[in-house]
Write a protein that binds this ligand. Sequence first.
Ligand SMILES: [Zn+2]
Length: 469
Amino acid sequence: MTWEPVIGLEIHVQLKTRTKMFCRCAAGFGAGENTQTCPVCLGFPGALPVANRTAVEWTIRLGLALGCEIAERAVFSRKNYFYPDLPKGYQISQYDLPSCTNGQMILPTSEGDRVIGIVRAHLEEDAAKTVHVGGRTGRIGGADYSLVDYNRGGTPLVEIVTAPDVRSAEEAKRFLQLLRQTIVELGISDAEMEKGTLRVDANVSVRPEGSDELRTRTELKNMNSFTFVARGIEAEAERQVAVWESGDEVRQETYDFDAATGTLTPRRAKEEADDYRYFPEPDLVPVEPPAELVERLRTELPELPAARIRRIEGELDLERATVLVTGGLDALWEQTVALGADRVAAANVIANNVVGAGVEPGAVPPRELARLVEAREQLPRAAFDEAIAKLGAPGFSADPYLAQEAVSDTDELEPIVARILEANPGHVEAYRGGKEGLLGFFVGQVMKETQGKANARVVSDLVRAKLSA
Ligand SMILES: [Zn+2]
């Protein structure tokens, strides 16, 4: 039997508002522990919350970008539970009346558009940060003691919940990359997983392919990159298939994915939402955004990444268009192409060389980049690489690099090529046996030998000619 994964994602996004969700404390990292606190976010009795207007507007902006319906009346509720990082004993969140519902995100794929449903996006406050000291894993098990930093407590968070529409680990990764870029471009969050400003949980189940049943799902937590999310989902789907095939049943559990070992560790039995005893927060008025505000935010939306991928795909191809757009590189690419650079060459240089050199795309002068892209085959490789690495420097000019010329003289290059082939008989044999990918190895060796001054295309032609002789 063939099995199919059924995946839903829950994404928490920390908004980069200047102040916290319900008080005037500064939000953000870097300050000394427990310096950004006040009676409201420390949960002192009698302290009253006031909702952050910017956070409300940004949540609506995100909801509109995700094609959601924006509630005319959203309500904050208390989600009751006890934990040291939650001094009030409850988290203020939106429960049965969230700000955004019933949206979708289009994921362009080679088999057409995939539509991933967005069940809801709601606004809430973050918990404080607990640091477990001692122990090997940084988790509570095995720690000597724990400390709490309340600076993060009360920071605005948006939780986005997708429908179980994602069908593979790879699709989950692509969806998350596109969603992340959309969030970054809306200007509402840095959305960096390493910093915890974007967090992803995955709900995973499997079912026989072609069926539409929904079997018991498990929840995966603690995955701190998109690649780990994909690997965690893959490992969990495999585990569940083995459980069903052995005649056993999958139990509803929460797992931590350990990326270092690729293993899944069960956490605790999943609580039901009812355990939280939600009730409307009596200290806050409902969120009732005026229709004009919602319309203004709608008209202010920029052209979104999914639409740009589809537009650019026509001029390039889906894979390159996706890499450029989700990397925030397509604006630079468009400017460079408009100045005459070859489309594909410009895309490759930007996505590989510019990104590889760690150059900030926004700092690159498109005209100088276009000149380098056009001249790249005539330039010594070393000069080209150096020019790319310095592209972001203020006042950069390609002139001194363009003045250098690669060695294209075959009389000069032939003996070097011959020497490299002679020194690597095993690789030569493998190449002749069909491993044509080794061409790059030989060219690389020649480039090394010439300190990057050889013309790569001439070398490549020479190597190919000699090997097929
Ligand atoms: Zn505060």
